[in-house]
Design a protein around this ligand. Sequence first.
Ligand SMILES: *Cc1c(COP(=O)(O)O)cnc(C)c1O
Length: 351
Amino acid sequence: MSRFWSPVVATLSPYVPGEQPKLDDVLKLNTNESPYGPSPRALAAIAAAATERMRLYPDPHATRLREAIATRYGVRSDEVFVGNGSDEVLAHTFQGLLNHDGALLFPDITYSFYPVYCGLYGIDHEPIPLDDAMQVCIADYLRPCGAIILPNPNAPTGMGLPRDAIAMLATEHPDQVVVIDEAYVDFGGESAIPLVARHDNLLVIQTLSKSRALAGLRVGFAIGQRPLIEALERVKDSFNSYPLDRLAIVGAAAAIEDEAWFQDTRLRIMASRDALSQALSALGFAVLPSQANFVFARHPAHRGGDLAAALRTKGVLVRHFRKPRIEDFLRITIGTPDQCARLIATLREIV
Ligand SMILES: *Cc1c(COP(=O)(O)O)cnc(C)c1O
């Protein structure tokens, strides 16, 4: 607290990102990064762009990247908005599309950045409890509200909803914006992008941080009809005209265009996830059915905080949330088969 702060600063409860350790020999399974590198074509495009031309500002509209995304997802490039990580796209969405008279609805257990943005932008919100199976129950969202945001698959549970459920939600709330945060959809979920043409209230947000292995480049995007995208453009151009630098624009576009690398790495991660889920079950863990690049699991005989701490002393980082209902769960990012084996061997020593 300082007398120099604008009043809102003292009221903020900022998001706390997962630890980024300095040591090289830790097994880092705590922030849902990809264990495989980005597309070699993306790295080559970034290297080729690191020239004297870096003295020039980038294209403020990131046209090269928006066109690549539009082609990949079968939409028009003016239906694509790009930002500095999907976190920035989300921030502009909260400010530009989710601040209305009624409360914003989202699950009680979900991406913990949502309540942070509500605090930053003064958005009234109402958490909707997950059901007893830790699933989002769509019927609970059929109530008067200002807007809705859901991750699909949800985080940190990894559990997804079918596209039909999203279509129903958008249909039942024709005058409210429905945002679907698809950070993990490429690992087995059903994308709502094909619904955008039929629903003018639907905005779908994705990131290149997880399934494209580019968390370090900071690129995310939204797809929606023009009025929604125009709102994001207006907020962006009132905040930062150049959120994506020259390297991010060409690297992200090349990654989107490298379909073979994308398919190969995501399928390997899904296969490792299914093997890891089985190995965890064999150790006595209850593992939620995941459609993401992580699993959410708890052991009936151990507190989540104790397990996370014990793993940490043995050089393995996983994510633990000190929150009601999930404090005994660990969120474990899917690694390579070797990394999963090291995790299981370490857990076997502990449990
Ligand atoms: C990781 C994640 C994001 C943010 O990703 P960026 O790295 O900012 O693109 C957004 N939503 C959810 C649910 C996530 O898990």
